[in-house]
Design a protein around this ligand. Structure first.
Ligand SMILES: Nc1ncnc2c1ncn2[C@@H]1O[C@H](COP(=O)(O)OP(=O)(O)OP(=O)(O)O)[C@@H](O)[C@H]1O
Ligand SMILES: [Mg+2]
Length: 232
């Protein structure tokens, strides 16, 4: 769809971790356009991961709206939100969250199990997993258990898993933090090749401003969010 509506729209969002009144996050307005590549920078503890959890719908805003691909998350029940996330968002976690005893292919195919629409976009899931493995430089380890992979290989499996079935939005929380500068550049080259090919929106969180030049837009957490951190 290229109807000009943003893939992500946040309006007057407020959130507090339950039982933890000392930290609160407010996002008056934040958007990402379809196909836009956005880098979100901010210091440790500024609420970046909290913001991503609000976008993924793993936590619910106390007030305001988070709208993804035209759907307001607060209109969905918990189960429907999990389903919506599986269909719409490819998530790359900082620790990758791979199934250690699953093979590379098993891990790449995992999201399709919970997302029939995403599954339907892939005619042959195993062939697609193999193609992504090849594109991401993993062809020799497809049957290897995730636990036996190097960190860089695990990172690429996490990318393939986020990309399979072409969700319109990819979100990554500090995906390059464990890599040296060369591996970091190679990793981002691979990720950008893939998301460009499908006009996928990419939102990456980092504290490393040097990554900025590759992105359409660099956003500072301090410019979109107000946080309060009070002594408890
Ligand atoms: N599950 C949780 N329960 C309670 N408080 C939390 C939880 N996760 C984060 N917080 C608090 O929310 C605040 C923001 O944390 P968050 O993890 O969003 O920051 P961040 O910007 O991602 O930091 P980092 O760069 O270190 O990853 C911190 O004060 C943190 O202690
Ligand atoms: Mg974080």
């Amino acid at each position: 769809m290229t109807d000009g509506t943003p893939i992500l729209h946040m309006k007057d969002v407020r959130f507090q971790w339950p039982g933890r009144a000392s930290f609160s996050l407010e996002v008056p307005s934040f958007e990402a356009g379809r196909g836009e590549k956005v880098l979100l920078l901010g210091e440790s503890g500024s609420g970046k991961s909290t913001l991503l959890s609000l976008i993924c719908g793993t936590i619910a805003a106390d007030a305001g709206d988070v709208t993804i691909d035209g759907t307001r998350l607060s209109d969905l029940s918990g189960g429907a939100r999990d389903q919506f996330r599986a269909e719409t968002i490819g998530v790359i976690f900082q620790q990758f969250n791979l199934l250690p005893f699953g093979s590379v292919v098993d891990n790449i195919l995992l999201p399709l199990r919970f997302a029939p629409e995403r599954r339907a976009r892939v005619s042959d899931a195993r062939a697609e997993a193999a193609a992504l493995s090849l594109a991401l430089g993993l062809p020799d380890v497809q049957t290897a258990k995730a636990a036996t992979l190097s960190v860089g290989q695990q990172q690429r499996v996490a990318v393939a898993r986020a990309l399979i079935g072409r969700p319109p939005l990819i979100i990554a929380d500090e995906p390059t933090s464990a890599l040296d500068a060369n591996s970091q550049a190679a990793f981002l080259d691979l990720l950008f090749d893939q998301v460009r090919a499908h006009d996928t929106t990419l939102l990456i969180v980092s504290h490393d401003a040097r990554l900025g030049e590759r992105f359409d837009r660099v956003v500072q957490m301090a410019d979109i969010a107000r946080t309060t951190e009070r002594a408890a």
